[in-house]
Design a protein around this ligand. Structure first.
Ligand SMILES: [Zn+2]
Length: 308
């Protein structure tokens, strides 16, 4: 029998103050010190002692197996969703950002081995924004200063794909509250809401019309932006190019998540997620940014381990 219950709780970080995720201990420390005080997850909930975990056919683990073995088996028993599109030439890219370049720099027949060269923006494909992306004075909050496990947390899907939103439309607090009431969920402290506008499914493409995806997008109203901040989220993800910022014909609209409520409060913004329609209501979000010195963000390849 596979015991799935409790995984999400088991990897929830210890209680912390809203929106700081351990950084309250770090506020008076230098960036160098912050890197040394990285909170790691602690398992607070003891797993069921009598269960036998079946990681894969023929491999049974007893309750005496180590925690890492049991956790690995538990993760393998869950449905995993890959949340990033393939990195390839022609993917939608914010027009002001340098394009993604993938060059076959070394070829087996010519060079004896095969290797590609990448030129990639920190904001290409699925990626995470760090506070310094919009706030030059927050250089001490570049992506490399955050705990490596900052993006490993329980996630809640907020699915608005059935609203058929148009460029410039906004998800409002009323919509968020109605969704929560209808589905019996609410984002919790330290968790990650994942907003599905349905944009990836409808408009992602890699041909010569790919830029429409980034030049047009719905966004999030300030009342909902503040609500998510007040819930104490650690990050927020979405399937558009700029999450809270709606875009109409290439013109970005108001973006108080980036400018005022999220990034300055250390809430990271994850953009251009795919496959959100495959998620269960609750999942375990797992990603880690590249350790880019003074990085404004980083490409990531997130996975979601789904409860159903
Ligand atoms: Zn970005």
């Amino acid at each position: 029998m596979v015991q799935r219950q409790g995984l999400i709780n088991a990897v929830t970080p210890p209680a912390c103050q809203p929106r700081d995720f351990g950084r309250h201990q770090l506020s008076n420390t230098s960036p160098a010190m912050r890197r040394d005080i990285l909170p790691s997850f602690q398992v607070e909930q003891k797993m069921e002692e009598t269960v036998t975990l079946q990681a894969q056919p023929g491999a049974a683990y007893s309750a005496q197996a180590g925690l890492a073995t049991r956790l690995s088996a538990m993760l393998r028993s869950m449905r995993v969703v890959d949340l990033s599109p393939t990195l390839e030439r022609g993917i939608p890219n914010w027009p002001m950002h340098p394009p993604l370049v993938i060059d076959k720099a070394r070829l087996s027949g010519r060079d004896g081995y095969y290797c590609q060269f990448l030129m990639i923006s920190e904001h290409t494909g699925t990626h995470v924004d760090a506070p310094v992306h919009f706030h030059e004075h927050l250089l001490h909050m570049s992506i490399d200063t955050f705990p490596a496990d900052i993006l490993i947390a329980p996630a809640v899907l907020y699915d608005f794909s059935d609203k058929h939103m148009q460029p410039g439309d906004l998800v409002t607090l009323n919509m968020v509250k109605a969704y929560e009431a209808e589905n019996g969920v609410q984002i919790g402290e330290g968790e990650i809401p994942l907003i599905n506008f349905g944009w990836m499914q409808r408009f992602w493409r890699t041909d010569d019309a790919s830029t429409w995806f980034v030049k047009n997008a719905p966004g999030i109203h300030e009342d909902a932006i503040i609500y998510f901040k007040d819930r104490g989220i650690r990050a927020i993800g979405c399937d558009t190019v700029a999450c809270d910022m709606a875009v109409i014909d290439g013109v970005g609209q108001e973006t108080t998540g980036h400018t005022t409520h999220w990034l300055p409060n250390g809430i990271l913004i994850i953009e251009m997620l795919t496959n959100l329609h495959k998620l269960s209501l609750r999942s375990l979000f797992v990603a880690t940014p590249l350790k880019i010195k003074e990085g404004s963000g980083s490409p990531i390849r997130p996975l979601a381990f789904c409860e159903e």
